[in-house]
Design a protein around this ligand. Structure first.
Ligand code: AMP
Length: 130
């Protein structure tokens, strides 16, 4: 069965899309740790990031870098943190999170309240900075 991220990539499930190319897709995390929390995924469905080939992993990271640089331009933060967990969704993804302090990346500390309108506005801002 297709992963939830494959369904998002195919447009079968809505997402706050930020960017895509032939191999990758970026969109806002629906339960953001911080406003602007973004997920970057390869279109090829694979569970575990370290099962990617070297070139695929490098390409994914370079794609994530472009998104992170755009995020840093428009989101109030010290930097963009990058993390990989993958315990919930078995489709490789990188979390990009705008942070001021290390605790902003604590996955156990609850999520930020961001309205649908704000999510759309944030996605548009990041897109505009690409
Ligand atoms: P993990 O697999 O532990 O790295 O976490 C999966 C992440 O995917 C979580 O941060 C979820 O909030 C996020 N997520 C799950 N479903 C969706 C969705 N439909 N749209 C956006 N983000 C999602």
């Amino acid at each position: 069965m297709a992963s939830i991220f494959t369904k998002i990539i195919k447009g079968e499930i809505p997402s706050y899309k930020i960017a895509e190319d032939d191999k990758h897709y970026a969109f806002l995390d629906i339960n953001p740790l911080q406003p602007g929390h973004t997920l970057v995924v390869p279109k090829r469905e694979l569970n575990y990031i370290f099962d990617l080939g070297d070139e695929e992993l490098a390409d994914l990271t370079v794609f994530a870098k472009k998104i992170a640089l755009a995020m840093k331009k428009v989101l109030p933060c010290k930097r963009i943190g990058m993390s990989v967990v993958g315990l919930e969704v078995p489709h490789v993804h990188i979390h990009l999170i705008p942070i001021h302090q290390v605790s902003d990346m604590n996955f156990g500390s609850g999520t930020a309240q961001v309205s649908k309108d704000e999510m759309k506005e944030i996605a548009d801002q990041i897109k505009g900075a690409l």
